[in-house]
Design a protein around this ligand. Structure first.
Ligand code: B1M
Length: 210
């Protein structure tokens, strides 16, 4: 097994202590930091995404892997400049107004960061005006909204309407998710896509901005 394969496997195992020593070893031996990220850390997280989607890995394991990957990224980051590491895209994300559920959203954030996206996480209970303000401030390609309550999911429609009112709807893709959300609902409110889980959300984001 190569050093890269071994690092990927340690990420899959969620072993953040192991990731620290293996990443440091690879840095010390002069390997390219970008390759350490792409062929080791992210390669491992990609496998985690596929297994999670297939139901072969569960939320706590995914969180352990994401933490392990972040440990490695923190070691490698000082060695690279922003221009060396192109981002896959920028997304503003939040749980909608009136809704405090954020475990699933955090999982989406972790998966997307692992895939190289820059994420601005607004947190929970985010009203349409705050999403609009964040679009103006950060100029993301994507807005992601999460809702876990049937009583709050309509706030997604309100945010889309607010974006239209401000003339911003054409400048961002809107993706939505959360337990009560369906593809039919996404179509109904004019979102660009719906993802049932965090791994699919990452694939969807890649697709909508391709
Ligand atoms: Co609440 N809660 N809760 N809750 N809670 C549910 C959602 C509920 C289904 C439980 C039930 O009754 N069976 C129910 C909603 C009923 C409904 O509307 N149909 C409910 C209720 C009623 C409530 C309160 C109203 C209870 C009360 O106070 N009477 C209250 C509301 C508070 C509020 O938000 N204003 C409330 C409060 C809470 C806690 C604070 C105690 C806690 C949240 C803690 C937190 O998030 N920090 C909580 C929890 C934990 C749950 C359950 C048990 C678990 C939710 C969860 O984290 N799932 C939930 C029951 C259930 O779902 N089994 C329930 C794990 C998580 C990984 O999955 O969030 O679905 P999920 O995310 C997935 C996908 O949905 C998707 O990817 C994720 C990972 O694969 N996804 C996206 C999510 N966001 C996405 C965004 C995307 C794409 C994909 O793109 C942007």
């Amino acid at each position: 097994m190569s050093d890269f394969e071994s690092l990927a496997q340690i990420v899959i195992n969620g072993d953040f202590v192991g990731v620290k020593s293996q990443t440091q070893k690879m840095i010390d031996s002069g390997l390219d930091p970008i390759e350490i990220i792409n062929q080791g850390l992210m390669a491992g997280m990609n496998v985690v995404g596929v297994r999670f989607k297939a139901g072969d890995m569960y939320v706590p394991e995914v969180m352990m892997s994401a933490r392990a990957m972040s440990t490695g990224i923190e070691l490698v980051k000082p060695l690279i400049t922003d221009k060396d590491m192109p981002t896959a895209g920028k997304m503003v994300i939040g749980t909608v107004k009136g809704d405090l559920h954020d475990i699933g959203k955090k999982l989406v954030v972790m998966m997307m960061e692992s895939a190289g996206f820059e994420i601005i996480d607004l947190g929970v209970d985010i009203d349409p005006a705050t999403f609009v303000k964040a679009v103006k401030e950060h100029n993301p390609q994507i807005i992601g909204m999460s809702a876990l309550l049937t009583t709050t999911m309509l706030s997604m429609r309100d945010t889309i309407e607010a974006l239209k009112k401000e003339g911003l709807r054409e400048s961002v893709k809107v993706i939505i998710g959360g337990a009560p959300i369906t593809q039919a609902f996404a179509v109904q409110i004019g979102a660009d896509g719906y993802a049932p889980d965090a791994a699919t959300a990452t694939d969807l984001c890649r697709r909508v901005i391709a």
